[in-house]
Design a protein around this ligand. Structure first.
Ligand SMILES: Nc1ncnc2c1ncn2[C@@H]1O[C@H](COP(=O)(O)OP(=O)(O)OP(=O)(O)O)[C@@H](O)[C@H]1O
Ligand SMILES: [Mg+2]
Length: 394
């Protein structure tokens, strides 16, 4: 092999920590084709072993090289993605991502790591790009290396912390407000009820006072909701062994006690969990289920169905979870609203129809009980609320 080629190989292997043993300078052993093949194989294996996806793209965003992690993150194979555009393969877009720094890197301008949302996989990546020169068949060309780091977990944690902080400060505000307003409302209610006893029911005054009483009652409900949300209300200090199935059945009975509200709603239960007991607080759980069932019922405009299911998840015998879903085929929730539904006072209902506190209270209770809640929804198709709680296995 020519001296120049050998020097190039030695230079390359000096940069790589994975090169096979290299013949020393000045020895008579020449690097063989096999040696170069081994070097190439080891290099490719190393790239494929990297857990972070990466690719090399040309100036037209076309993928020149990619590792296995990149193919997996794109739901394809390396062979299939080479030659296609990075934005189509990775982000399923028809044009480059807004924050893409590829062109800057290509022109050797300073570039910033940027965040990329992979919508179909619900993942977040931090992308770092760097311009470099690649040689192929003796020709050198400019390409850009793009390295993707999975930041989904960090982002979820950040969002949770931000949400908790927001809820905590809103809770404080709501709690203080509710506390102050509780007494005057109590006064209005008591005095209107006293007046109702004194006034002749056939007079128009009686009806006016009735209006005052009903408005005060509504305020009381809102205040109670706010107190619930701010968790100023006592919650069971000791959790007791609770039967989730029985609680669901009672909540369904209660939520549909008024048959006139549910005459065109088909409600079905498929309670399949084998482990359906857990340490919890049945009255708080009832509150959760009733709220969710009420929302489901209200989402069904003319007729429809609600299905409540349970199942177990988790494979370790002692760490079983019960997964409860409440699915309706009602109006569904717009994508932009989906992230707001657990916020206090968020409502799409007509003024006077909803306080927007239901789901924020549900969220608080579920957290207190060591559970999780998630909503998925499609407009015009329906909504599914998925709850998980610990279940005991013996
Ligand atoms: N199953 C569902 N289907 C469609 N939209 C829903 C569903 N559940 C909740 N929502 C949406 O989330 C919003 C917030 O719900 P939440 O229970 O917190 O308040 P609300 O039902 O509007 O009022 P409240 O519960 O105080 O009577 C609702 O106004 C509605 O837009
Ligand atoms: Mg509600």
């Amino acid at each position: 092999m020519a001296k120049k080629a050998k020097a190039a190989i030695n230079k390359k292997s000096a940069e790589s920590t994975i090169a096979p043993n290299i013949p020393k300078e000045g020895t008579s052993v020449q690097p063989s084709i096999q040696f170069i093949e081994d070097l190439k194989k080891q290099w490719l294996e190393t790239i494929d072993a990297l857990p972070d996806p990466f690719m090399i793209v040309d100036q037209n965003y076309k993928i020149q090289k990619a590792n296995r992690a990149m193919a997996e993150a794109s739901g394809s194979t390396v062979k299939n993605i080479v030659g296609k555009t990075c934005y189509k393969v990775f982000a399923n877009r028809s044009a480059p991502c807004e924050s893409c720094q590829m062109k800057r890197s290509y022109h050797d301008q300073p570039s910033q790591p940027y965040e990329l949302h992979q919508e179909n996989n619900k993942k977040w990546y931090e992308v770092v790009s760097k311009g470099m020169t690649s040689s192929e068949n003796g020709h050198e060309k400019k390409v850009v290396l793009q390295l993707y780091r999975d930041r989904t977990e960090t982002r979820q944690l950040q969002q949770q912390v931000a949400h908790q902080e927001k809820l905590a400060s809103l809770g404080q505000l709501a709690g203080g407000f509710a506390h102050e307003i509780n007494n005057p409302i109590g006064g209005i209610l008591v005095f209107s009820q006293m007046l109702l006893r004194e006034v002749d029911p056939s007079t128009s005054h009686y009806q006016d006072i009735k209006e005052i009483e009903s408005a005060a009652k509504r305020c009381k409900t809102i205040v109670e909701g706010m107190l619930d949300f701010s968790r100023k209300r006592p919650i069971a200090r000791k959790l007791t062994l609770t039967n989730y199935h029985e609680t669901i059945e009672s909540a369904v009975k209660f939520a549909f006690i008024d048959k006139s509200q549910a005459k065109n709603i088909d409600i079905a239960m498929d309670l399949k969990a084998r482990h359906f007991e857990g340490l919890s607080d049945s009255s708080r759980l009832m509150q959760v289920f009733i709220n969710l069932l009420t929302n489901a019922r209200q989402a069904i405009k003319k007729s429809g169905s609600i299905l409540v299911t349970t199942a177990n998840s988790g494979n370790e015998a002692n760490h079983q979870r019960i997964v409860i879903t409440i699915a309706d085929n009602g109006c569904g929730i717009e994508k932009a609203n989906l992230k707001k539904i657990f916020d206090p006072f968020f409502t799409t209902k007509e003024p006077g129809q909803g306080t927007g506190l239901g789901l924020s209270i549900v969220h608080g209770i579920v957290q207190d009980l060591g559970g999780t809640i998630e909503a998925t929804s499609t407009v015009g198709v329906g909504t599914t609320m998925t709850l998980t709680f610990n279940a005991v296995t013996q």
